[in-house]
Design a protein around this ligand. Structure first.
Ligand code: ATP
Ligand code: MG
Ligand code: FE
Length: 345
């Protein structure tokens, strides 16, 4: 079964072709980051318009790359949510229009299920069951995964997502949007001993997170250095390092707890922040100590992409699940509401 995957939930237009027998055939991505950077964040209306401009050319591009035509498609999957409603509607309406014209099934899938299962596209894919840490721009969650659509939420952020905290810290440090990767780069030159930020919510049991306090801590530190006339490159790098250490340490502590609590030996880490090098270094050590293993998506599939949507859609379409005639765009949609594939006549 050859499935076209379409991702338009936020600020990247992602398209991919996945074959249930041969694997990933082609994928393409257009990022709107440069356009939104002028505004310091994603402008929803501009995002929708840009998806409208880029989506059809990208679909043509992946078909060309794979040497296929539209008639070779067996199904279409698109991100139905969560995300920006206007942006979601571009992908949903395009998917439904194409599917209707081609007479093939179409299915709206969950964006975070895409992130969660992105490591399945790798040669060494994790087997079920596993614990997943989803760390992206909008989510920080620990999930127990028993199978496709069997997700139990173990804990999540009570305020900001880890990626969001990275982006806000970047802004305070004078770095351009989206600052996560730039904070990480700046932190490499920082002295980990100069500042120590708190590890929120690690002093009590439980698997929830809180990252908004680290924002305040970053701001206070930036202001203190500025007042002292020490907000130079070194000072900014030291703050970035303290911030990154605090976020990474907090994530590692909770992952360790989640593995102990569930007794599972596999940890999947996905979403934009899973690209963070320091996080990977620390997890390698801590997860290794528990004789457990960590699985990641390849670099470009850590952030938003069409491949993860094509993959999830393929699994569910193969099992007989499909949309009715109405397209779906669901801005808020808890991951734990998902179920294993339901067969629709
Ligand atoms: P969601 O998936 O929750 O809807 P999103 O799609 O915006 O949110 P992703 O595209 O998965 O999120 O990830 C983007 C986030 O990852 C941004 O907040 C970005 O700063 C962060 N990020 C990317 N690379 C790194 C890195 N190396 N270190 C820290 N953060 C990073
Ligand atoms: Mg994004
Ligand atoms: Fe995402």
């Amino acid at each position: 079964m050859r499935i076209l995957g379409i991702e338009t939930s936020c600020d990247e237009t992602g398209v991919a072709l996945y074959d249930t027998e041969r694997g990933l055939l082609a994928d393409a991505l257009y990022s709107q980051v440069a356009m939104h950077a002028d505004f310091g964040g994603v402008v929803p209306e501009l995002a929708s318009r840009d998806h409208t401009r880029k989506l059809l050319p990208l679909i043509q591009q992946v078909l060309d790359d794979a040497g296929l035509g539209r008639g070779d498609l067996d199904g279409i999957a698109y991100t139905a949510g969560p995300g920006l409603v206007g942006a979601l509607m571009v992908g949903a309406s395009t998917a439904h229009g194409l599917a209707l014209a081609l007479g093939i099934p179409v299915l709206g899938v969950h964006h975070m299920e895409g992130h969660l299962l992105a490591p399945m596209l790798e040669d060494e894919a994790p087997a079920f069951p596993f614990v997943a840490l989803l760390v992206s721009g909008g989510h920080t969650q620990l999930v127990e995964v028993r199978g496709l659509g069997e997700y139990r939420l173990l804990g999540e952020s009570v305020d900001d997502a880890a990626g969001e905290a990275f982006d806000k810290a970047a802004k305070m440090l004078g770095l351009p949007y989206p600052g996560g990767p730039q904070v990480a780069k700046l932190a490499e030159a920082g002295d980990p001993a100069r500042f120590r930020f708190p590890r929120p919510m690690t002093d009590r049991p439980g698997l929830d997170f809180s990252f908004s306090g680290l924002k305040t801590h970053t701001l206070t530190s930036v202001n203190a250095l500025r007042d002292a006339g020490e907000l130079d490159d070194r000072g900014r790098a030291d703050i970035a390092r303290a911030f990154e250490e605090a976020v990474v340490d907090t994530l590692v502590i909770k992952c360790r707890r989640a593995l102990d609590q569930t007794g599972l030996k596999r940890l999947v880490v996905a979403g934009g922040v899973s690209a963070n090098r320091r996080l990977r270094e620390r997890l390698a050590i801590e997860v290794g100590k528990r004789r457990a293993r960590t699985y990641y998506p390849r670099g470009r599939f850590c952030t938003d992409n069409g491949a993860m949507i094509a993959y999830v859609g393929a699994q569910r379409l193969l099992a007989g699940e499909r949309d009715g005639t109405a397209m779906r765009a669901v801005p808020r949609w808890p991951l734990a509401d998902l179920t294993p594939p339901t067969i629709t006549a």
